[in-house]
Write a protein that binds this ligand. Structure first.
Ligand SMILES: Nc1ncnc2c1ncn2[C@@H]1O[C@H](COP(=O)(O)OP(=O)(O)OP(=O)(O)O)[C@@H](O)[C@H]1O
Ligand SMILES: [Mg+2]
Ligand SMILES: [Mg+2]
Length: 711
């Protein structure tokens, strides 16, 4: 551990055992300070200060004393102060000049505050790009950490390290750092609805005897990282201590953002896309200014496009920022390409409600129809070293879950096939009857601590696309080309590793027959995809109109199911006594960062599932609704939940509602949209709450329903 780290960790936890009152080592009362405008007393104290205790404590305390006043004393003056300061000078000032203002967490917080105070996207982008432009001078490490703090992550999403600790731990951290009772923190939280504000208020009213060293971006990021990665028996207390030390060192404003971050989300209206665009623009501005020029709007929009494309292919801010600063925005695409080992956000499809709708959309284009398998999306990567790993739709590493397939993947390769990225669907497979099993069977497979010998549910992987082969990205190739490359590089094996069944059809009748065939083969319907031309490239992370899904169960209905977040429940009566009788569901509006109520649901549940939800959801009951829940009083549930579960729901249709809030502002300024006859289908473990059906999607579904019924 470096000296710096040892010393700063001292600040994290002031030791009470040294029989020293803070004032003894330099703290002065406010009055004394006022009477000492030249800080003469402080300097004298600094020079004379003597501390008791073991040598390390002494050193630490002296260092702390030194830090208390370093801001008041010029470096020249410091040099004239003799022992004991000399030692600290060697440790700190001698090696490092005072940090630039941009290195402090307060500079970031100021920016976060300005972002929070506006809702105008362009203004937010400007604020951020200005900030990043200055940050570029601080080097790639600080800039990377800054970007991570802005999107509230500590590592790339695919590493699965999440910043966000339980509310109760954050509360304990606030209590211990502000000297308040835990019950007081809780009651304030109930009153104000936001823990960040609670921490801020407590911190504002708190008197500290001497100032703590200022928080740097580095320190905050590193502590967040430690908190996110610590596990084990003592981790709870360690987390509380770390949270507490950050809050103690932070100003009231800093405390607010620290707490918000720890809760898992900043909620200031700063979208990840905006951060990316701002980063691109910052690079352009920085370069232009260094040459004494002005950046053109063309350059700016081109840079934004480049960075967005690059990030979908290589979602790592560290690599992105380093390449950006080393090679410049223009060359970014050359240095940041997709690479096996780093998951790409998969391409998504648009729902349709009839085959004729598909034919209208694809008129004059070459397209193909594939079976739509009902399992779990799987992206299979083979790395340079021969390792085979897989990721979910959500970029979660699922190698362990599918270890049986991954371990024998090499059997399915033709010679010469080395590195690749495949897009596929994993489906439960009945070995004896040689047929596809329903999704429910697949979902019984364990995700963690899997032993290959204990796997009872066999899986067959149906491959439908290839993104990368032997060092080459295939994203820009047409689907026709990709499909040929895919078929030339692998050997299919029935019941284990197959290509998705497909036919290049043209007429409604043919497609209808193929759809029926897919249903008899235990599939959900068809995926219909553009085969050739510019519109047939692979578009990572995009819900593209070049891929259409046709689901048998939703034809002539609303076209697709919805994935909704459970935000509340109603106490069960009669047969449902003891469990929840119904639930309040919401869609998500990423622009407003809020969950909007869309329907009550009480149908589609088995007794067992109601028991299960009672157990799992009870752990997430919150006393009052989150400030980012939008709901009408008429639908107020008996209990509120944290947004943790996503349910797939089927509905008869959508209607305008004065009570529900979904997609408010899209179709009607005051009214929302609600689901009629909603029915629970299944729990989605592969989607997080923010990946629930968005308000925009709800509005689109509503509009397409009305368009079709009108025509
Ligand atoms: N041949 C195929 N081509 C592409 N995707 C397929 C195919 N067969 C099955 N799928 C699966 O179908 C999914 C798309 O339809 P589905 O309604 O199941 O999506 P979802 O996971 O609910 O996501 P969303 O509704 O947000 O699009 C793909 O993500 C993929 O997992
Ligand atoms: Mg599916
Ligand atoms: Mg869906």
């Amino acid at each position: 551990m470096s000296k710096q780290a040892t010393l700063s960790s001292f600040f994290a936890k002031p030791k009470k055992s040294d029989n020293q009152k803070p004032a003894d080592i330099g703290g002065l009362t406010k009055e004394a300070e006022d009477q000492d405008p030249g800080h003469e007393n402080k300097k004298r104290k600094l020079e004379n200060n003597s501390v008791k205790g073991n040598p390390v404590d002494k050193l630490n305390q002296r260092y702390q004393f030194f830090c208390d006043y370093i801001d008041l004393i010029s470096i020249e003056e410091v040099k004239t102060i003799k022992e004991p300061v000399k030692k600290f000078k060697e440790l700190t000032v001698g090696k490092k000049e005072k940090l630039s203002e941009m290195k402090y967490y307060s500079s970031l917080c100021e920016v976060l505050e300005s972002v929070e105070s506006t809702t105008k996207r362009l203004e937010i982008t400007d604020i951020m790009s200005n900030f990043f432009k200055k940050m570029i001078d601080e080097g790639p490490e600080t800039l990377t950490k800054c970007v991570y703090l802005c999107v509230n992550q500590v590592a790339p999403e695919y590493e699965g390290i999440e910043l966000g600790v339980g509310e109760s731990i954050v509360m304990k951290g606030i209590a211990s750092s502000t000297g308040k009772q835990l019950s007081k923190v809780k009651s304030e939280a109930e009153k104000l609805g936001d823990l960040g504000t609670v921490a801020m208020n407590f911190r504002t009213n708190q008197k500290t005897l001497f100032p703590m060293p200022r928080l740097t971006i580095d320190k905050v990021f590193n502590t967040f990282y430690e908190i996110s990665t610590s596990s084990g028996a003592l981790s709870q207390q360690k987390k509380i201590d770390k949270i507490s030390s950050l809050i103690v060192s932070g100003s009231s404003k800093e405390a607010k953002y620290i707490v918000r971050s720890l809760e898992g989300k900043l909620r200031i209206g700063l979208a990840e896309k905006t951060v990316l665009v701002a980063l691109a623009q910052a690079a352009v501005f920085h370069k232009a200014e260094s040459k004494g020029k002005k950046a053109s709007s063309e350059e700016l929009s081109k840079a934004s496009e480049i960075i967005k494309t690059v990030y979908t292919q290589l979602p790592s801010y560290k690599i992105l920022v380093e390449s950006l600063l080393t090679h410049g925005i223009k060359n970014l695409q050359e240095f940041c390409k997709l690479v096996p080992g780093i998951p790409v956000k998969p391409m998504l499809a648009h729902p349709t409600k009839s085959i004729t709708e598909v034919l209208d959309r694809f008129e004059g284009m070459e397209f193909t129809c594939e079976y739509k398998y009902d399992g779990e999306r799987i992206q299979i990567h083979r790395l340079e070293n021969g390792q085979v790993i897989s990721f979910s739709r959500n970029s979660e590493n699922t190698t362990e879950k599918y270890m049986d397939i991954m371990s024998k993947c090499d059997q399915f390769l033709k010679s010469g096939t080395k590195t690749f990225i495949l897009d596929a669907e994993a489906v439960a497979w009945d070995k004896e009857k040689e047929c596809i099993l329903p999704f429910q069977v697949l979902s019984t497979r364990k995700r963690k601590d899997v032993k290959e010998s204990e796997i009872s549910v066999q899986v067959c992987v149906f491959v439908f696309d290839i993104l990368y082969l032997n060092g080459e990205s295939l994203l820009k190739k047409t689907f026709n080309e990709r499909r040929e490359i895919m078929k030339s590089a692998f050997i299919s094996s029935p019941g284990q590793f197959e290509y998705a069944i497909s036919k290049d059809l043209k007429s409604v009748d043919e497609i209808q027959a193929f759809l029926d065939e897919s249903i008899s083969g235990n599939c959900e319907g068809l995926m219909i995809k553009v085969l050739s031309g510019e519109e047939s490239t692979y578009e990572p992370s995009k819900r593209s109109r070049n891929w259409l899904k046709v689901k048998k169960d939703y034809l002539d209905g609303i076209g697709d199911s919805l994935d909704l977040v459970v935000i509340g429940a109603y106490i069960g009566k009669g047969k449902r006594t003891g469990v929840y009788g119904g639930f309040l569901l919401a869609c998500y509006d990423p622009e407003k960062e809020e969950y909007q109520s869309i329907c009550k649901i009480g149908t589609g549940f088995s007794e067992a599932s109601l028991e299960e939800f009672k157990n799992t959801l009870s752990a997430h009951v919150i006393p009052i609704p989150k400030p980012y829940y939008s709901y009408g009083d008429a639908t107020k549930p008996d209990v509120w939940f944290e947004p943790v579960q996503v349910w797939e729901v089927k509905a008869a249709d959508l209607s305008i509602s004065p009570v529900y809030k979904a997609a408010i502002g899209y179709v009607n300024e005051e009214k929302g949209i609600s689901l009629r006859f909603p029915r629970f289908i299944r729990l989605r473990t592969d989607k997080g709450p923010e990946q629930a059906t968005s308000s925009e999607q709800v509005a689109e579904m509503f509009e397409s329903q009305n368009f079709n019924s009108a025509s």
